[in-house]
Design a protein around this ligand. Structure first.
Ligand SMILES: [Zn+2]
Length: 326
């Protein structure tokens, strides 16, 4: 499906500016989409490219139905050129290749659009080469640069582009966006999503990363609790120094231990990790309800401690203790 500008969430000012460019028919040859990572710049740049290529764009961007939109959606529009780093950087050869393509006659009568993502990964030589093209852009060609590290871009490039700023989103909007995504994992429950949104700095992309980390952490803790694996216990404990523990990650073992305590007391209905019920039930049977409640309190107390050197040792002792006799 082709991306539409009207569907870019929470960036009303940027979208309004882009729609004004389209409506006026005066689209600058160089546009720089900048702002924090994971807040919709690339999506907006792709949607804007689609709107430029669309034969019958509407007030919200590309129509989604014309032959050009279909080519865009398939990722095969001949006038849409992507410049991305092959490894770490965008090299001068990548820019030369782009310039060569632009020097050839276009396949279609639509404008030509070059997406440079992330533009701040261009080497100095690559940026200088692009600058020459930006100074004398071929007619009907638009360069869309996307960057979350503006300070890494040469000022000469920045000043050649019209700037479209993107802002971090309010926490509620990040939560809404994540809740509206198709469920891609059992850890993506509303509570986990809200916790991830709260520490995402207003970036849905960052919130998704936090959720992915939390999913990995859930699997890790499940293994730690089901069988005594000394190496895994030491590895996890070493990570608990204090400073790096983001709330959603600490929330993972706490929610699992809480569920085990509930299962051990015979309270099935209130568990948070419903999908883990089958796996947690035998773990719950290993201790008395009181034993699990004490363990939960102990972990909670540890998670609230300020950073300190003994913390990994304490967590290690705690985890080995869980597998010992009461
Ligand atoms: Zn279209």
């Amino acid at each position: 499906m082709v991306k539409r500008l009207a569907a870019v969430r929470g960036q009303d000012r940027a979208v309004a500016l882009l729609l004004r460019y389209l409506a006026s028919g005066k689209v600058p040859p160089g546009i720089l989409f900048f702002g924090e990572e994971g807040i919709g710049k690339e999506t907006a740049a792709e949607a804007f490219a689609a709107a430029l290529l669309c034969r019958t764009p509407g007030p919200g961007g590309a129509c989604g139905a014309c032959p050009d939109c279909r080519l865009c959606a398939a990722g095969s529009h001949p006038n849409l050129l992507h410049v991305v780093p092959e490894n770490r950087n965008i090299l001068i050869d990548d820019i030369r290749l782009l310039q060569e393509e632009l020097s050839l006659k276009a396949f279609s009568d639509r404008p030509r659009v070059a997406l440079v993502v992330p533009a701040d990964r261009m080497t100095v030589q690559a940026a200088n080469a692009l600058l020459k093209t930006l100074e004398e852009p071929p007619p009907g060609t638009h360069f869309l640069l996307v960057s979350h590290r503006l300070s890494q871009l040469p000022p000469t490039i920045v000043s050649r582009c019209q700037k479209v700023p993107f802002s971090p989103l309010p926490r509620e909007v990040v939560t809404e966006i994540l809740l509206s995504l198709p469920d891609a994992g059992a850890a993506r429950q509303p509570d986990a999503i809200r916790a991830a949104a709260a520490c995402s700095g207003g970036s849905p992309g960052r919130a998704l990363e936090v959720l992915e980390e939390a999913e990995g952490e859930r699997e890790n803790w499940l293994r730690l609790l089901t069988k005594p694996d000394a190496a895994a216990i030491s590895r996890t404990a070493a990570g608990w120094k204090g400073a790096g523990e983001t709330a959603p990650l600490v929330a993972v073992p706490l929610s699992i231990l809480r569920d085990i305590a509930l299962l051990s007391s015979g309270v099935e209905a209130a568990i948070m990790n419903e999908d883990l019920g089958e796996l947690l039930r035998p773990v719950a049977a290993r201790k008395s309800p009181d034993g699990w409640t004490r363990a939960l309190r102990e972990l909670l107390a540890m998670s609230r401690m300020p950073p300190q050197a003994q913390k990994p040792l304490m967590l290690e002792a705690f985890l080995f203790g869980l597998h010992g006799k009461e």
